[in-house]
Design a protein around this ligand. Structure first.
Ligand SMILES: Cc1cc2nc3c(=O)[nH]c(=O)nc-3n(C[C@H](O)[C@H](O)[C@H](O)COP(=O)(O)OP(=O)(O)OC[C@H]3O[C@@H](n4cnc5c(N)ncnc54)[C@H](O)[C@@H]3O)c2cc1C
Length: 395
């Protein structure tokens, strides 16, 4: 590390130590994470204080330019900040579709007016965004979107529906893929629109999940008028923006473990206590083998992530980045499957006093990891992408 970076590391660490509220250095539960937005409710006032302090320094989005509310840090500084936050157990001050996906896409494809209008509000956590990509007939085959936007001169008239819209009822704005030309190859007639969820004609309906919770909605558009200034990029050329945004989404999902609340148990603890108690040597050997395999895979993933970072710094990214969403989310699923298996009957609880708190958490987490290998493109689709773009195999 150069002297300058070491200096940056020390001043960052000192600032975090002095300013991060004690409660923001404790493990978060799911309801505790800060997504911001007009409808945000901060059950712990420290969450809002932490958000505001970090936003003031631009550290909610450390590597965005300062003029758009970012910290203006270079990649190495941003990585140091992330590492120091992890070392001191500081929670991320703000997460969500705005910082993870729309912001980076707007930085690349938005015009100056759109960047000035939307990016600072995202960085300060004032506006929460959701993602209107999937439709009943357009998930893996995303280019088949049918929700249409007709050009009416001053505005677009949007009609149709979206599904699996995460937290649509809590969001203030939605970024949407809409069909603006139905008469051409499907990828060519798609546009990328920004829509205020308060616009007349928008309705949401929650979808209940296997976890019993409801983070998703169906979102309906009934003659919604959208100003022309909310078109990002060129008309009918939204597909390139959609794909670039998905790259940001997948990169975020492959690194999900770094910001979602950590369970109150670790695989190591559970494996140690459960495997030791086993009497059958074959069972012991098989489960020990799976445990070691998982540990090795996790280590290999962490090293690959480090390698990707070095490649990015040297501006020589390899195709290895394409594997991260697939391997990251599959590794999470394998870990949670082993945990539930190791716990035996006690890993099958959903609620109630008959189960330990950590075991209930494990079974909920087991179901959560199923979803993350689907969102942002399923594992099968990731394998198709790896086959085509990393290995050069035919379609
Ligand atoms: C946790 C989570 C969050 C999400 N959040 C959002 C959101 O905020 N906004 C949003 O727009 N969407 C969201 N989604 C939707 C998500 O993007 C879609 O579920 C996903 O793209 C798959 O589409 P689908 O559900 O229509 O399944 P389908 O596309 O119908 O796929 C069904 C099955 O067929 C397989 N399959 C399909 N095509 C192929 C192929 N060519 N080759 C091999 N196998 C194939 C798939 O892998 C899958 O197993 C979310 C989903 C999840 C689980």
């Amino acid at each position: 590390m150069t002297d300058q970076l070491e200096e940056f590391r020390i001043s960052t660490s000192n600032w975090l130590e002095e300013n991060c509220p004690a409660s923001m250095r404790e493990a978060a539960t799911t309801g505790d994470l800060t997504y911001g937005g007009r409808k945000a409710h901060y059950s712990n006032p420290d969450s809002k204080r932490w958000l505001d302090m970090m936003a003031k320094r631009g550290w909610t989005v450390p590597d965005w330019p300062k003029e758009y509310g970012g910290g203006g840090l270079n990649k190495e500084q941003a990585k140091i900040l992330k590492k120091e936050m992890a070392r001191l157990h500081c929670r991320p001050p703000l997460i969500g579709h705005g910082t993870w996906m729309l912001g980076p896409a707007l930085l690349e494809f938005g015009n100056d007016e759109q960047k000035r209008e939307h990016l600072p509000k995202i960085a300060r956590g004032e506006i929460r965004w959701c993602q209107g990509y999937s439709e009943p007939g357009a998930g893996s085959d995303l280019a088949s979107v049918r929700c249409k936007a007709e050009d009416k001169g001053d505005y677009f008239l949007v009609n149709g529906s979206k599904t699996w819209t995460t937290d649509a009822e809590k969001a203030d704005w939605i970024f949407c893929l809409v069909r603006t030309n139905p008469d051409v190859k499907k990828q060519i007639g798609i546009s990328f629109l920004l829509i205020d969820m308060n616009d007349p004609g928008i309705a949401t309906k929650p979808i209940r999940l296997i976890s019993g919770e409801s983070h998703f909605c169906e979102t309906f558009f009934d003659n919604v008028k959208v100003a022309k200034k909310n078109l990002v990029g060129e008309l009918n050329r939204g597909w390139s923006i959609a794909k670039a945004l998905l790259v940001h989404e997948r990169s975020m999902m492959s690194d999900m473990q770094s910001f979602i609340p950590k369970p109150k148990y670790t695989l190591e603890e559970i494996a140690k206590s459960c495997i030791e108690k086993l009497n059958n040597p074959r069972e012991k050997a098989v489960l020990s083998d799976r445990f070691c395999q998982l540990q090795m895979n996790s280590q290999a993933l962490a090293l690959t992530q480090q390698r990707l970072f070095e490649e990015m710094k040297a501006q020589q990214p390899s195709a290895a980045g394409l594997i991260m969403k697939y391997y990251g989310t599959e590794n999470d699923k394998n870990r949670d499957e082993l945990i539930v298996e190791l716990l035996g009957h006690s890993g099958l609880g959903w609620e109630g006093e008959g189960f330990e708190e950590y075991a209930l958490e494990a079974s909920h987490h087991f179901l959560l990891t199923k979803g993350i290998s689907i969102g942002g493109g399923t594992s099968e689709i990731q394998l198709n992408i790896i086959a085509k773009h990393a290995l050069g195999l035919p379609d």
